[in-house]
Write a protein that binds this ligand. Structure first.
Ligand code: NAD
Length: 538
């Protein structure tokens, strides 16, 4: 990792300026794009060294040079090096959870459960499976048509991967790409969110001393630095964040023909059917809506509940919401901007006739947004159309599952959806009709922590895939390698093009299905004769 672009070394507590003041690419930010106070209580946060725009070219060039050597390290050795990160991560569990709590405001338990433990599984999964996943796969070739030839598909690293991440899971989201990207032989230039730069630096510090210099670099800054990184000559951009930014990155990448992976926003719905286990459903929906103060791409932001069970379900959800403890179960929101956006959506919904059943917006300027439940009828309100990203749970009563599916699929977002029912067979049939990239039956959202399960969406939720072997399709390029051991001096399709070759081509077409059965027989006879003429060079 490049020391001149990181923030504090985790174990010294020295100011960033102390650690890097001699480097020309950084300056100590006393303001810049980084928040200086914790959303959880307002305590001051450490200074962060901002990467200068002009330093990006050097970072990428160093990453490119380092990547070539890194890709030559045998996969098993790469896996052994990266596997050591697991112990460091677990040994620093409290430090990580505390820092994430301070930077994001989420409860420490939530930080430990979502940002530390699943990453141990992530490292285990990728380091144990990468050799097999990257193994060459043979391609079967017909020995009659292609004598002497064998083919195989190899997986080549992309090269330099630019990783740009959001603030809501500032440890788990970067790691879910850094780990497989490095194992696949890439170098990574990582730009954490400007809201959580210290967590980003901590993530990178987990790899300190394990990797050749330049293979993992951190660039600290805001949107201008992110945009510059996209244009800095990288080979792949992996982005997780908002739809608006995702679209800008997609355009910038299209202009440069740089492949990109986009994991964007969500408007997840929970479909609650009349035959569900009411208690489990109410508790599951509550957690799905309010974990991380609703600042989760897969937060439940719409519940479509069947009429038959609606009153009992809503009653129980409201009751359970009343028991959630501010700052203990549900943390503060991370940014004032996001809290303001949530307030506006809530106000518009209420103006449109929605009824608040629990919670409600806090006083202006407060980040302590209470978990809020409301009953909504009109679909044409921003609260049901746009991503909310806050602790607000709109409940919509529907006639039946058909209406719930139709309304769920009508959204421009399609990240995850949950179906709550005891009828598993029916749930599977409904799941197949949903557009979202993840469907969970009687649970919600947690599959983002499963490294073997693809995390992906459709529509405005983007087209990226993280986790699972499918993610490797983005982090690597397939290379087809053909080996020809034929002793023939020429191939059928090589020059010269002769009348016999033309006859061969059309006889083949008829013999392979282009003619009725008697036509195929005569085509075969014609083919043999034409092949013989062709062999004689005619
Ligand atoms: P954001 O788009 O504002 O910022 C994300 C990152 O992009 C930051 O690092 C930011 O500095 C950078 N950035 C901003 N403008 C840029 C530009 N023009 N070019 C390059 N980089 C730029 O998003 P956010 O507010 O940090 O995160 C919240 C969003 O992320 C929500 O919409 C949420 O749903 C989404 N999200 C999606 C997933 C998923 O897996 N689908 C997971 C977590 C969060």
């Amino acid at each position: 990792m490049n020391s001149e672009t990181t923030t504090l070394p985790h174990d010294t507590g020295a100011a960033a300026g102390d650690a890097s003041s001699s480097a020309s690419s950084v300056r100590v930010a006393s303001s810049g794009p980084f928040p200086l106070r914790s959303p959880a209580g307002g305590a001051p946060l450490d200074d962060v060294a901002e990467t200068e725009l002009g330093a990006l070219a050097t970072l990428v060039a160093r990453a490119r040079a380092a990547q070539v050597a890194w890709a030559e390290v045998p996969i098993r050795e790469r896996a052994e090096l990266v596997a050591r990160v697991k112990k460091r991560l677990l040994a620093r569990a409290e430090e990580i959870a505390t820092l994430v709590h301070r930077e994001c405001g989420k409860p420490i338990e939530e930080a430990a459960l979502a940002e530390v433990l699943p990453n141990a599984d992530l490292i285990d999964y990728w380091t144990r499976s990468i050799e097999e996943l990257l193994d060459d796969s043979p391609v079967a070739l017909d020995p009659l048509a292609y004598p002497g030839k064998v083919g195989r598909i190899q997986r080549d690293p992309r090269g330099v991967v630019a990783l740009i991440t959001p603030w809501n899971y500032p440890v788990a989201i970067p790691l879910r790409t850094i780990v497989p990207a490095l194992l696949a032989g890439n170098a990574v230039v990582f730009k954490p969110s400007e809201v959580t730069p210290r967590s980003g630096a901590l993530v990178a510090s987990l790899f300190d001393g394990l990797l050749p210099d330049g293979v993992l670099a951190v660039a600290q800054g805001g949107s201008d630095l992110g945009a510059a990184l996209v244009g800095a000559g990288v080979d792949l951009v992996v982005f997780t964040g908002s739809v608006a930014t995702g679209k800008k990155i997609a355009v910038a990448c299209a202009e440069r023909l740089v492949p990109t992976s986009l994991e964007l926003g969500g408007k997840d719905s929970a479909i609650v059917l009349g035959d569900c286990d009411l208690e489990r459903t109410a508790r599951g929906v509550l957690w799905g809506a309010f974990t991380n103060a609703g600042q989760n791409c897969a937060s439940i932001e719409r519940v479509y509940v069947e009429q038959a069970i609606a009153d009992r379900f809503i009653g129980r959800v409201v009751e359970l919401t009343g028991k959630l403890r501010a700052g203990i179960d549900v943390g503060v929101m991370t940014t004032a901007r996001q809290a303001q956006l949530v307030r506006h959506q809530l106000e518009a919904a209420v103006e449109g006739g929605a009824e608040i059943l629990a919670g409600g917006a806090p006083e202006e300027g407060s980040l302590a947004f209470p978990p809020t439940v409301l009953k909504v009828e009109r679909e044409d309100t921003p609260l049901l159309q746009e991503e909310t990203f806050g602790p607000v749970l709109p409940v919509i009563v529907v006639k039946d599952a058909e209406e719930a599916i139709a309304r769920t699929n009508a959204s421009r977002f399609a990240l995850t959806t949950s179906v709550w029912t005891r009828g598993y067979e029916r749930a599977h049939a409904l799941a197949r009709r949903l557009r979202s990239g993840v469907v969970t039956i009687n649970n919600h959202g947690f599959t983002g922590a499963l490294p073997a399960a693809p995390w992906t969406g459709a529509g405005d939720s983007g087209y990226g895939v993280t986790s699972s072997p499918h993610a490797l399709a983005e982090l690597t390029r397939p290379r087809f390698l053909l080996e020809d051991r034929s002793r023939a001096k020429s191939e059928l399709w090589w020059y010269p093009y002769t009348p016999a070759l033309r006859t061969v081509a059309f006889a083949m077409a008829r013999a392979r299905g282009g003619a009725a059965w008697f036509g195929r027989i005569s085509a075969l006879v014609e083919l043999v004769a034409a092949l013989a003429r062709r062999l004689l060079g005619r």
